[in-house]
Design a protein around this ligand. Structure first.
Ligand code: SF4
Length: 454
């Protein structure tokens, strides 16, 4: 399918080919689905929200519900205030959520709809809420859109009152399986936390035979309010979580530790030490053993990882975590790319490469696209692709194994249940990488070298 990608790299400034990101509302919609009895609402045309819902449904294999202001030509010319008013009335009448989380789209941003003013003029039923965030898609990516929606909830709902004995956590753009793993780690470390958003029960549902438009899980309104009174907060993944951390600080004075996602041995260690500092509890033996098992795997299989060239691509917070982990395993990151803009990504990855003295012509790029990544690979191949489902066309064209990690994974099932974070997540990913490398060796080796014991 991508066999015609040229090897020669021409300078491109005005066009993105095969993007490595999607639009801000996708992230905003995902964040809102992690709030209890919340209906995400897309202020734009139906086409946008159809795409956003489809994208999320394909990744999570769960229905991603959302409504739309259903712009037509009239709203595009005269503004979407009337559409929002009618939508909010219909949504509360028909679906009865506790809160509607409105995000904007390219169209409503371009015509200049003032959501702050529109929401003030709405007739909102008693006990119900409407919050919003601005998510034009010509800036940022789905990751920044996620952060904007979380910040929107804080802006509207967090309140400073009597101190509560817990911490707040912004988990970053991660899977429901990661959030469940975070909760487990908090439990083991004696930390009581409110996580915003919490998609572990809302987008990872068991089959019960009964459809629930609003699943039981998600962060409740009361919990979001209480985030203004927590003793401190943790913001995981700087690109996704910096914005809500800043808003929480400026609105309620809550201090936040901005941390990387706890992926890879050293980063999980730092995270566990932070939890130890917060709770004062010792690290339980269960975690010591998990760490030991991860180390054991890394040592046992080191010869298969050693200096295998890898291309890593996807969302910035995830990709920096994957790069840290790849370096610990002994892999050689050759290309590290994200579609989300922001030079902090490049600085962080270069810092990791320096730390491991692994900068052997490694290309690191933000605002990258998959066409360019493919061209790099055509010029100097790698042994492994580590990233999203969109790498599969490159994998096929160049006959390189792909290990799927990050967002989106559209062509596999069950992945969102498993964490990438923590010792357990790192160990599982290491095992997936190892399996891919060893399968490839078995496929390509001479018959006399094919051994059932490796
Ligand atoms: S028009 Fe903008 S908001 Fe709508 S789907 Fe396209 S990029 Fe996303």
């Amino acid at each position: 399918m991508l066999d015609q990608t040229p090897k020669e790299i021409a300078v491109r400034t005005g066009i993105c080919v095969n993007p490595l990101k999607t639009c801000q509302p996708v992230g905003a919609l995902y964040a809102a689905l992690g709030v209890q009895k919340c209906l995400p609402h897309s202020h734009g045309s139906q086409g946008c929200v159809s795409y956003h819902r489809t994208f999320l449904t394909r990744h999570f294999k769960e229905p991603a519900v959302a409504s739309s202001s259903s712009f037509t030509e009239g709203a595009s010319v005269f503004g979407g205030g009337a559409n929002l008013k009618q939508s909010v009335k219909n949504i509360f009448d028909v679906y009865d959520p506790d809160v509607i989380a409105v995000h904007t789209t390219c169209l409503s941003e371009t015509i200049g709809d003032d959501l702050n003013a529109f929401i003030q003029e709405l007739d909102i039923p008693d006990g119900k809420l409407v919050v919003h965030c601005n998510t034009p898609s010509y800036v940022g990516s789905h990751v920044t859109g996620f952060g904007q929606m979380v910040a929107g909830f804080i802006k509207y709902l967090a309140q400073k009152s009597e101190p509560v004995n817990k911490i707040g956590v912004f988990p970053g753009f991660v899977n429901p399986g990661d959030i469940r793993e975070l909760k487990r780690l908090f439990g083991l470390m004696g930390v009581t936390a409110t996580i915003l958003p919490d998609t572990s029960e809302s987008l990872d549902n068991p089959m019960t035979g009964t459809y629930q438009m609003f699943p039981e899980g998600g962060t409740s309104i009361e919990e979001i309010r209480s985030l203004g009174s927590v003793k401190r907060a943790l913001a995981l993944g700087p690109v996704a979580s910096k914005e809500p951390a800043l808003v929480l600080k400026s609105k309620c004075g809550v201090e936040t530790d901005l941390m990387v996602l706890p992926m890879g041995l050293a980063r999980v260690d730092a995270f566990i030490m932070k939890l130890k500092e917060i709770s004062g509890a010792p690290v339980p033996q269960e975690l010591e053993l998990e760490r030991g098992r991860l180390l054991d795997l890394m040592l046992d299989a080191n010869q298969y990882f050693h200096q295998k060239k890898v291309a890593i691509f996807g969302d910035p917070d995830t990709v920096t975590g994957l790069t840290a982990m790849a370096l610990e395993l002994g892999l050689a990151p050759k290309y590290v790319a994200t579609g989300t803009p922001g030079e902090a990504f490049v600085t962080e990855v270069n810092g990791l490469l320096d730390q491991y003295e692994a900068k052997n012509g490694t290309r690191v790029k933000a605002s990258a696209d998959l066409f360019e990544l493919h061209q790099w690979i055509k010029n100097e191949p790698v042994d492994l692709l580590l990233g999203t489902s969109y790498g599969k066309q490159i994998a096929k064209a160049e006959d390189i194994p792909l290990v799927r990690a990050g967002f989106p994974i559209l062509d596999r099932y069950g992945h969102a249940h498993h964490p990438l974070i923590g010792y357990a997540g790192t160990r599982r990913l290491a095992e997936l990488i190892l399996g891919a490398l060893m399968d490839r060796y078995d496929r390509d080796c001479a018959d006399e070298d094919l051994d059932v014991v490796m």
